[in-house]
Design a protein around this ligand. Sequence first.
Ligand code: GLN
Length: 289
Amino acid sequence: MTADGPLSIVAALRLAGQTHRLPPLEAQALLAHVLQCPRSHLYAWPEQHLSGDQQTDFLVLIERRDRGEPLAYLTGYREFWSLPLRVTPDTLIPRPETELLVECALELLKQRESATVADLGTGSGAIAAAIACEHPQARLIATDISAAALAVAESNFQTLQLHNIELRRGSWMASLKTGERCDLILSNPPYVAEGDPHLQRDGLPWEPVTALTSGPDGLGDIRKLIADAPPHLRPEGWLIIEHGLDQGSAVRQLFSQAGYRAISTHQDLELRDRLTKGKRPVDDVNNFD
Ligand code: GLN
């Protein structure tokens, strides 16, 4: 608070830029969050004064942002597939690149009237929510090992009024019932190698480490998913896994060693490997049907 009382909106935004070098859009997002108003309000009422509490809250938030805490955790909000999602430090922050996984899944669902789709390790529920919105007639199963993450996913599904998603707590395929078969199994699992220097940057130290890392090569959970999915896939069912930019050939090899068919890697707009998919192994069609 200044000697003249709390700051005005325009002064608070200026302060965030000058003292904390916060980009204007981030400062606006934080102030709109504190004032519980849309960003347009800040433009419409630049001379409005904050209350003492609002100013204190805003100063704390810009300080935390300056120290590297992700904006999404400070506002508790992130948009994915144009859906407003609640996020907390119990969930990974949905990344725009994961929309590629949704696109790939929707493409495969085009031919299927009613489908069963499992999103394993759903976190905030981003992938399941996007597919449930686009495919109201599909049956979704969203799972996570973390009860805290499932609570966030549940609140997102409620807010978005998505009633075709069943939530289950469990580790990877163990959350599916014996004999339960899906048309698609999707996952954005942890895939960063333990000790990767990237984990110290870009806000990652604030994200749940269990959602980020998986063994010394980052492939621990991906190996499990590929090995354990076949009994839970319908004969023409697909497993789609997001992975690291440098893991495309290793993941294709894992799919191929396990006998999957039609294996392919999808790249993002910058032509970087982002996800790999494969159709259930033929052997399993004989073994399980
Ligand atoms: N893409 C994320 C990152 O590198 C990692 C997400 C994940 O492990 N699923 O920041």
